[in-house]
Design a protein around this ligand. Structure first.
Ligand SMILES: Nc1ncnc2c1ncn2[C@@H]1O[C@H](COP(=O)(O)OP(=O)(O)O)[C@@H](O)[C@H]1O
Ligand SMILES: N[C@@H](CCOP(=O)(O)O)C(=O)O
Length: 296
């Protein structure tokens, strides 16, 4: 039997659409063993909603590894979930990364980390969440044909991540439909420059860059119609003392980067804006986590 702990992730970190994600200290736990018949148990987030059949995302991710290793066996999987579903905190990436890593361990690790990253990216469709979930830290990833080239950066520990989580779900698939396939040169330059600033700011611990370096025009303007309140939170972020503010993954959660001491005030502000728009929400205060999926 194997047990792994896989972190949530905040993808599209600022201007890093589909390329930059950070792991955070909110986890799903996956226990896996071989069984005579498929069996899944769920507790925590998604209990009563998540499929208990072979179409379950963790089961499918694990089966992908078994198939690639030419093993035909059934699995008994127990899930203990802390990551809310379809809120922009990488729940699907956690299932894919965790399911694949657990299955690989169960088989005696026939695949290395790079191969798992490539398989997981293929299944998720974009590398930003899965790479952060697997390696931890702030993960910068690009796809080069069928493989992923990535670099992990450590995040400054003093940076607090406040996440306002609306009660409603927004599936990533739906949130990708609203993004245009073509962008202007002006918008491309906007995000390229800020992405470079973001990486420099994180590497040198220069938080004064973050306000500009977390801006985006590639996905947020198109997704604002799906997330009532997001635009108002972004507009007030600087006045509220946030170092940076952006949509978490594909939404609907919104992230505020703050120094310790500001987190509660910023969380209450963001929840208040959502509530004024008639959207029930809560907030949590997270730290980045520099460890990715680990064996427990
Ligand atoms: N713990 C889980 N076990 C099984 N399936 C899950 C789990 N968490 C998420 N999923 C699947 O992933 C979907 C959400 O994925 P997605 O729309 O990408 O949102 P997110 O932003 O949370 O990754 C859920 O509707 C469900 O099908
Ligand atoms: N780059 C992806 C990120 C999706 O993150 P999630 O946490 O919402 O699954 C996108 O923007 O579609």
């Amino acid at each position: 039997m194997v047990r792994v702990k896989v972190p949530a992730s905040i993808a599209n970190f600022g201007p890093g659409f589909d390329c930059i994600g950070t792991a955070v200290n909110l986890y799903n736990f996956i226990e896996m063993e071989f069984s005579d018949f498929p069996k899944i148990e769920v507790s925590g987030e998604g209990q009563g909603k998540i499929s208990l059949g072979e179409d379950n995302l963790v089961y499918r991710a694990a089966s992908t590894i078994l198939k690639k290793a030419n093993i035909e066996k059934k699995l008994y999987i127990r899930l203990k979930n802390e990551i809310p579903l379809a809120r922009g905190l990488g729940s699907s990436a956690a299932c894919i990364a965790g399911g694949m890593i657990a299955a690989n361990l169960l088989l005696g690790s026939p695949f290395n980390k790079e191969e798992i990253i490539n398989f997981a990216t293929e299944m998720e469709g974009h590398p930003d969440n899965v790479v952060a979930a697997i390696v931890g830290g702030l993960a910068i990833s690009v796809k080069v044909n069928d493989r992923v080239v990535y670099k992990k950066l450590s995040m400054p520990p003093s940076l607090k991540i406040v996440v306002a989580i609306p009660e409603f779900e927004l599936k990533t698939e739906r949130a990708r439909e609203v993004i245009p396939q073509k962008v202007s040169l002006k918008d491309a330059v906007f995000n390229i420059g800020r992405t470079a600033l973001l990486v420099a700011g994180i590497c040198e611990g220069d938080f004064s860059l973050l306000q500009v370096a977390t801006q985006d025009v590639l996905h947020q303007p198109y997704r604002k119609s799906l997330v009532p309140g997001m635009e108002e939170i972004l507009e007030e972020a600087l006045a509220m003392g946030m170092l940076g503010c952006f949509l978490s993954g594909a939404g609907p959660s919104v992230v505020g980067l703050v120094q310790e001491g500001k987190a509660k005030e910023v969380g209450e502000f963001m929840v208040g804006v959502f509530e004024k728009k008639g959207v029930k929400a809560r907030y949590i205060i997270l730290d980045t986590c520099n460890e990715g999926t680990s064996i427990v």
